[in-house]
Design a binder for this molecule. Structure first.
Ligand code: HEM
Ligand code: HEM
Length: 174
């Protein structure tokens, strides 16, 4: 079934969820740039795709958010003693996925480099460093920490529902 129903997420929601999850987890390898002065193999392997994949994640997150709004009245109810907390965490994760790419672009622009997505120049190289863009762009790293913290919490809660509460929460997203 394409659409969500009260007892299961539909194929479109599940496809978006797992595709974005895999792409986001590989974006986290960028943290490896903090090791060995940026020479860690994880950062070297995934780093070159960081900007282009980040742009794809932003588009997927926007489509996914619009789709999720369309499914509002038919999707499964959150099975939690704290449904408002769960909703807030989902909302902040969406916010990070949509806000981080433009902030990353500002960071690169601020440093005086061109912003390229799949080899195409989206923002040309500025004549010199742009301090305000760099300063705002630093929020990218802060949101990266917020997101990784929430994703770890999100995965822990999903596994808790599955293995300890033994309810349907994880199964209906698979
Ligand atoms: C939602 C998609 C994205 C996620 C989840 C993400 C995640 C991350 C993470 C985890 C880091 C390491 C942060 C740190 O070590 O402090 C990082 C750094 C960085 N990201 Fe992204 N990123 C995304 C999209 C983008 C995009 C689209 C761009 C550029 C247009 C970008 C540019 C950068 C830059 C330049 C850094 C290095 C920043 C620094 O050294 O402080 N990111 N990102
Ligand atoms: C790594 C990046 C991930 C992100 C950004 C993410 C984000 C989200 C968001 C925003 C939702 C709300 C529903 C929606 O709008 O589609 C959701 C639901 C859900 N996610 Fe994730 N997720 C991630 C990874 C995972 C992983 C690895 C698991 C499993 C271990 C998981 C399990 C679930 C489950 C079970 C739900 C349904 C919750 C419910 O019905 O109450 N997610 N996720």
């Amino acid at each position: 079934m394409i659409n969500d129903s009260p007892d299961r997420y539909g194929s479109v929601t599940r496809f978006f969820h797992w595709l974005v999850a895999v792409l986001v987890i590989q974006q986290f390898f960028k943290f490896a740039d903090r090791i060995d002065e940026g020479k860690h193999w994880l950062g070297d392997t995934f780093g070159p795709y960081h900007v282009s994949i980040g742009a794809v994640i932003m588009l997927l997150a926007i489509f996914r958010l619009l789709w999720s709004i369309k499914q509002k009245n038919q999707r499964p109810a959150i099975e939690s003693p704290y449904p408002k907390l769960a909703k807030a965490v989902h909302g902040i994760m969406y916010f990070c996925l949509i806000a981080m790419p433009p902030l990353g672009a500002l960071y690169i622009h601020g440093h005086g480099y061109p912003v390229k997505v799949f080899g195409q120049v989206l923002i040309a190289k500025p004549a010199e460093k742009v301090q305000w863009a760099h300063d705002i762009g630093e929020l990218h790293s802060i949101l990266a920490f917020v997101l990784v913290f929430l994703v770890i919490g999100h995965i822990t809660v999903a596994l808790y529902h599955h293995f300890i509460r033994k309810d349907n929460t994880l199964r209906r997203m698979i």
